[in-house]
Design a protein. Structure first.
Length: 474
């Protein structure tokens, strides 16, 4: 393309194409079409690489906030506007994202009037590619600002030396019946004594939860959180793969027509079987989308080469974080700075017609607790206590366990004290918009203990029922 340069680099997530583009405002129709064709080629969704475009596109009449022209009345006589319309239409068709919206990239004095324009832009095919775009001072005598684009990639590919392999509990490989039978046969859910605190009750339950967790199979994952074995793989497919490899090794050692034909047959059998298993697995995911959307989106995330994690962050003093621990501290500091501290105690409701009526009795029954445990979604994430919702749902049919939970809830209600771990949460930072290096551009999502959520729901329903009875129907 005219006045353009593109390079391809190997990164930690695969190949990345970085192109620097200059589009002259006086470009003739032929060169304009050549440039558009080149952009379509390197930004095509079928490419095996992601693309970042930077440069001066000279599109002053484009509203980047809406992704369209500022003036909708484009006539066929206005060649400049028609060309700009072609480019913004192409960007939208290719699904490109842009890093600048309302910024000014060129300042120029024209007859004593300061003109401000957004001519330079950063375009990319994937949200996870660009962490931030900053405007810096111009280079030399240019009236354009400089752009500093920070990419969320590293140049070196991680080496899997075996040390990065981790094991995680695979709750999908254990059934509700297995958990329940183990509990009925091996676990005594009675507490050691009657007069114990809610904290001691929880500690005893936690030890018994850990015993049941021991029957859950483990799965191996690498450093990118991808399973080392394909989710649709089974023992028969592994045997077919080994047979295929042996057949091709025999052909390499003895390249005869018979050995090639045999190896080719084994290759086709393996390929067809893997395609069949993969199709069945994906069909199962889509059929269960309404009941288990988490599995579907987890599979899609694992198919992506780019991971949308938290990059290095910029602290309030201008320094940058160098590790995940420092990034977590920067996020915690940012979240606490915008936290609103509510006044302690209840607001005053004194008045001549105000009745002092209190909720004196909260009923926590065995049937109610069992019903809430059976409603738990097994595909939800667990909290800092590590107790999986599938474990609690499976134990809902164990009467001794439900009685133990009822006693714990009643002790919490009577004493006004909760187990300490119920007051903590696992926080995940979700990116909102703007620069990915600014901690305030993330919002926290809290994952609390599942059993605490069950208790909170029962309390909420009791309080709501009490309030509704007191509110006049008029």
């Amino acid at each position: 393309a005219p006045d353009s340069l593109a390079i391809e680099i190997d990164s930690s997530i695969g190949k990345i194409c970085i192109a620097c583009v200059y589009r002259s405002p006086n470009l003739n129709s032929l060169l304009n079409d050549v440039l558009l064709s080149s952009l379509k080629d390197i930004c095509n969704v079928s490419n095996s690489f992601e693309t970042v475009l930077v440069g001066d596109f000279n599109l002053p009449d484009v509203s980047w906030e809406s992704g369209s022209l500022k003036n909708c009345n484009v006539t066929t006589n206005n060649k400049c506007l028609l060309q700009q319309l072609e480019f913004i239409y192409t960007f939208n068709q290719l699904g490109l994202k842009w890093g600048l919206v309302n910024e000014i990239t060129r300042h120029r004095m024209v007859q004593g009037v300061l003109q401000k324009s957004l001519l330079d832009q950063v375009l990319y095919t994937n949200d996870a590619l660009v962490s931030s775009v900053k405007l810096l001072s111009p280079l030399g005598k240019s009236d354009h600002v400089s752009l500093k684009v920070e990419l969320g990639i590293s140049l070196k590919k991680p080496i899997n030396d075996g040390k990065s392999v981790v094991k995680k509990l695979c709750w999908s490989k254990v059934s509700h019946t297995d958990i329940l039978n183990y509990s009925l046969e091996n676990i005594d859910w009675n507490y050691s004594c009657e007069e114990i605190t809610s904290e001691m009750m929880w500690n005893e339950l936690q030890e018994k939860f850990d015993c049941i967790t021991g029957i859950v199979p483990m799965s191996r994952f690498d450093s990118s959180n991808r399973p080392l074995n394909l989710p649709w793989s089974n023992s028969a497919l592994k045997r077919m793969r080994r047979n295929k490899d042996v057949a091709w090794n025999n052909f390499i050692e003895s390249p005869t027509r018979e050995n090639y034909s045999y190896a080719f047959t084994k290759e086709k059998l393996y390929t067809d079987e893997e395609l069949r298993l993969k199709s069945n697995y994906e069909r199962k995911l889509t059929n269960n989308l309404k009941t288990n959307c988490k599995g579907f989106y987890s599979y899609l995330r694992n198919k992506r080469q780019l991971k949308t994690g938290v990059p290095t962050l910029e602290r309030s003093d201008g320094s940058r974080t160098n590790s995940p621990a420092e990034s977590a501290e920067a996020l915690a500091e940012a979240f606490s700075s915008v936290f609103v501290h509510e006044p302690e105690g209840l607001p005053s409701v004194d008045g001549p017609d105000i009745k002092q009526d209190f909720l004196s009795d909260i009923e926590i029954s065995v049937d109610r607790v069992k019903d809430e445990l059976e409603k738990l979604n097994c595909f939800k994430s667990y909290g800092p206590d590590g107790v999986h919702p599938k474990l609690l749902k499976s134990l809902a049919n164990d009467p001794t366990f439900v009685n133990a939970v009822v006693k714990l809830f009643r002790k919490c209600t009577d004493s006004g004290k909760l187990p300490q771990i119920w007051k903590s949460a696992n926080l995940s930072a979700l990116f909102k918009s703007g620069s990915k290096t600014d901690p305030l551009n993330y919002r926290p999502v809290s994952l609390t203990c599942i059993l605490c959520k069950v208790y909170e729901k029962i309390l909420r329903d009791e309080i709501l029922s009490f309030v509704e009875d007191k509110i006049s129907p008029h």
